[in-house]
Design a protein around this ligand. Structure first.
Ligand code: T4K
Length: 372
């Protein structure tokens, strides 16, 4: 089988035709409003709230600042229970708020925080839980809420991967006190960089909007030490355009993921995440897990082999966040209890998936894996 001439990356941004974007740019150039809650920003908040079926959404310049701000919105302090199996920004947001991350293991079936292990990690200093819907797979939201209610904890979901995901016919973003989204170039809905916080009531939306604009509550009043994390008009305009193409792109992703499963299901030593019936997925990632004994080569050997063939998968999320130097020394007994997360992190490769991907790549990848 022929090696790809061009490198195939884990993802490629979904972009509309450039001509479609020109009229939006002309409008920005005409009205000279570039940022600070401009017309495209307001329109995108309205359209996204409708599209996602959420009560309130506040746009941000990226997902990380949305996370950092979300913790300020709810005045979270002390210790927060979170997952080590995520992109490092999840934990960094706690660090930037001077909050101690407490890592709890994941359940291996869906790679999310294991609710049954949360209670053992709660201390008098715990104020919140920060789970992640990893790869867009919903966490066990009901169980997590039950625990949060018993102990009086807030729940903030890092839903960076979960744009458009529905659970039991409603948006996954409606669970918890707040959810945050990322609209980064690598996400299923992108505004180049971008993000959002989803909340349930007008007062919280107002607080978020003040905090992302330096804390200004009027021309001369500052209600809190806010930050500048506003989305600009170019990002918002692109978002409006991207929304028109979103459903079509998700369908293309679904076809690709199903083809992958067909091709890989016959290979011993490769497994993937199951789908549940009550979930509408966004097919944002294609993680596979390598059983080195069955497959006959290690995860890293397979990863390198793919690279030699111009296929650049990614080991999301290896290493675990708890392994990075700034978090490693936090609590050694905790780290020892992250065995499922370690196993998953040491076996995962996310394969390329994006709407414009050529389906032949799947055949090529299964050929490489089969050949070893
Ligand atoms: N929480 C979670 C759970 C997250 O996954 C993330 C971000 C965040 C919070 C924070 O949200 P943001 O502040 O980013 O909005 C990427 C992304 O940079 C990051 O947004 C994402 N998660 C993470 C999972 O993946 P890298 O370091 O792997 O990105 P990079 O630049 O290596 O891109 C991967 C591949 O994508 C490249 O090999 C080529 C392709 N690519 C990338 C970019 C940026 C393109 O084709 N075009 C592009 O413009 O982190």
């Amino acid at each position: 089988m022929k090696k790809s001439d061009n490198p195939i990356f884990v993802t490629q941004p979904d972009l509309p035709e450039i001509q479609e974007f020109i009229p939006y740019l002309e409008q920005i150039w005409d009205n000279k409003i570039l940022t600070n809650n401009g017309p495209f920003h307001r329109q995108l908040e309205k359209e996204l709230a409708n599209f996602l079926n959420v009560p309130y959404i506040s746009l941000f310049t990226n997902g990380t600042l949305a996370l950092v701000t979300a913790l300020q919105v709810l005045r979270i302090t002390g210790e927060v229970i979170t997952t080590p199996y995520s992109f490092v920004a999840t934990t960094h947001s706690l660090w930037w708020n001077n909050i101690k991350p407490v890592f709890v293991d994941i359940e291996p079936k869906f790679c999310n925080l294991d609710p049954e292990k949360i209670e053992a990690a709660i201390t008098p200093k715990t104020t919140a839980i920060l789970p992640v819907h990893v790869y867009g797979n919903p966490c066990e939201v009901e169980r997590i809420q039950e625990i949060a209610d018993i102990y009086g904890l807030k729940v903030i979901y890092d839903a960076a991967h979960a744009f458009g995901v529905r659970y039991k016919r409603q948006s996954i973003l409606n669970y918890g006190d707040l959810s945050i989204l990322s609209f980064h170039a690598t996400k299923v809905f992108n505004t180049m960089e971008g993000g959002a916080i989803i909340c349930h009531d007008a007062a919280t939306k107002q607080r978020i909007d003040y905090l992302k604009n330096f804390g200004f509550a009027g021309e001369t009043t500052v209600m809190a030490p806010g930050i500048n994390s506003k989305m600009n008009e170019m990002q918002a305009a692109l978002g409006l355009l991207q929304l028109k193409h979103f459903e079509k792109n998700i369908l293309k992703r679904e076809i690709i993921l199903k083809k992958y499963r067909e091709a890989l299901s016959v290979i011993k030593g490769i497994s993937y995440l199951e789908e549940k019936v009550n979930i509408k997925y966004n097919y944002s990632y294609c993680p596979i897990f390598v059983d080195e004994k069955e497959l006959g080569i290690t995860r890293d050997q397979l990863y390198e082999k793919l690279k030699e063939n111009n296929i650049f998968g990614r080991r999301y999320f290896y290493p675990l966040i708890s392994e990075f130097p700034m978090y490693k020394g936090l609590d050694s007994s905790q780290a020892a209890n992250l065995s499922e997360a370690h196993k998953i992190a040491n076996s995962v490769i996310c394969l390329p998936i994006y709407p414009s991907m050529d389906l032949d790549i799947i055949e090529q990848i299964s050929h490489i894996i089969n050949k070893k």
